[in-house]
Structure formats: C-alpha cells, structure tokens
Design a binder for this molecule. Sequence first.
Ligand code: NAD
Length: 343
Amino acid sequence: MPALWDLPDFDAHESVHMFDDPKTGLRAVISLHSTHLGPAAGGTRFWHYADQQSAITDALRLSRGMSYKNAMAGLNAGGGKAVILADAQKTKTSALLDTFARAVDSLGGRYITAQDVGISEADMVALSKTTQHVAGLPGQGGDPGPYTARGVFLGVKAAARRALGVDTVKGVHVAVQGVGSVGGGLARYLAAEGAHLTLADVDLAKAQSLAAELGGLAVDSSAILSVDADIFSPCALGAIVTTQTANELKVKAVAGGANNQLATGPEGRILSDRGILYAPDYVINAGGIINVMRVIENADDAAVNARIDEIPARLNAIWDRAEAEGDTPAEVADRMARELIGR
Ligand code: NAD
C-alpha cells in the first residue's frame, strides 16, 4: 500500500487518525481535511469495504468534500469524515460504538460527527452518551430533508431566473427524479408556485400518487432523463450526469438535491458547452447540513432558514464567475470553496 501522502485523494489533509481496538473489533479512520473555518464536521459512515485502502480513500475524499460543502454553506465548520470498517455482516455492537465515541472524543472537539450511511439516529444517541462532539441529534432541528428541499427549491428558482429569464417558476416545466424526502418536498414547493411538473421514482406508484395530488405527470424512472423540460432536478441517485446523459438532456438547467451528480467531473464541461446551466450539488443541497450543524452554530430555526436563503446568491456568484472565467460552475465552486478554506 502506498504511503498516505502518495494516495491520489490525499490533499494536504490536516490529520488522519487510525483507530484499532481488537477487543471490540473497532477499526476506524477519522480524517480531518481542514479546520480552517472551525471544527472539522462531517458524518460517520459504517460500511464494509473491500480493503483498508478503500476505507482510507473514502475518508480522505469525503472529508475534503465536507470542507467544500461546509465552506460554501457559510458555516463556521471545517471538513471531516469518519469511516468505521464494518465486517461483512456489518456487526455493530454497543461496545464498538462506545469505543468509536471515545475515539471521536479523543480529538477534543476538532472533529464533530453526524449521521451518514449505516449509522442510525439511535446510534447517534448512543455516541452522544460518551462524547459531546455530535451534531444532528433528535430534538436538534430534526429531519434535514425538508430543509434541503427548501434550499433546492430556492436554487431551482435561481436557475430558472438565470437560464430562462423568469422571476417565478409559474409555468416552468421541472422534471424531478426521485420523490422522496428532498424531491417530494421540492415538488410541493414547485406546485405551490404553479410549476409544471413531471415526476419519476423507481417506486412508480409513489410518483403517480404525488403527481395526482399536485397536478403533474408521472413517468417511468427510465424516461425522466429524456423529458423535454426546462429544468432537470435530480433528487435520487448520484452519478446521474454521465457523458451520455449530459449529451442527451433536453433541458436548460440541471438543479437538484442529489449528491455527486456529475459521474466523474468532466461532464460539467459537456453541460456548459451545450448551454445547460448546472447548479453545483453541494451548494444547492446545503440546507440539510446547515440544519444539522445548528448545534455548532448555536442557530435557531430563523437563523438556519436565513442561511438557506443565501443559497441563490451563492449560486449566482458561482455562475457569474464561471461566465467571466470560462470555467464550469462545478470547477468554480471547488475553487471558491478552496479559497474559503485558505487553500
Ligand atoms: P429518499 O430516500 O427520501 O428519496 C429518494 C427517492 O429516490 C426514493 O423515493 C427512491 O425510491 C427514489 N429513487 C431511487 N433510485 C431512483 C432512480 N433510479 N430513479 C428514480 N427514483 C429513484 O432520499 P432523500 O433524503 O430525498 O435524498 C435524495 C438525494 O438527495 C440523495 O442523493 C441524497 O444523498 C441527497 N441529499 C439529501 C439530503 C437530505 O437532507 N435528505 C441532503 C443532501 C443531499
């Protein structure tokens, strides 16, 4: 295995901590990419990795992503991430969680953890019995989905203004992929303002029932990418914009809540070359993290919502700069984030 410094995803991370406790079977990596803006904040992932290097790579990559996301959300938080290397059966004992909580605690508040894949709300409550460095506990703002949905709605409106020159989404055709917590909430906001909706979900009945309620059309999940619409809003899976889909989309803008929408990155260039406006995912979907981090920011609901209200301005700053500098919005967002964290 190459040295940590030589891994392609190593980006001058401030520190990377490895924990190993044979007694409980805990093996974990906590990666602090940056504490420039505040404690490194980001969730804990509990996952069975093919090998140790994949786990370390994931921690490096995800913690850098959190630095960018938290910076662009205007939070006083840096970027960190923890991964727990689960066994093939994903055995999660309370002793293992407790040992992990002590690992988090040993960093003295430089890392603040939250929920991620494989970690439940009950796990977070268990961690909080041993360390205070946790965010997003029950009673602290609740489900991030509705906050993310509101931020995405404001971002879709900003995209409509920019790409279509309209001040309202009344009559604007939005194709929403995935009508769960984020996409469903977004569809409701859009419908309330008179948008024309096409909805899709792998659970077709779910899309059909929401379309019937809100007055839109439901299509098969395989058809949503070829809908002739004004805006495509991915709110289901990541990596949805591939070379092929970027070339085939029949919209003026892509603005949605899903994480990591661009499959490998360069697809952003295809969108730009085709005149399709892209709202960088981690900027438009920051409502949830803004809500989760309220405990660090000491923010009440009004303060959380005021910060979510800033998402359109941030997107416009990115789009202005992309236009002026000839780069894609995704490239500009990363650059702006790096400037904010002093890189
Ligand atoms: P969710 O599980 O509530 O909803 C996802 C929906 O997408 C489900 O209804 C599911 O059936 C559907 N779906 C899955 N695969 C699909 C496909 N191929 N085509 C169409 N529909 C499909 O999840 P969510 O909380 O709404 O999150 C949606 C996306 O937004 C995810 O990528 C998530 O990582 C991202 N995100 C969520 C939040 C949040 O606060 N919940 C914050 C930031 C980013």
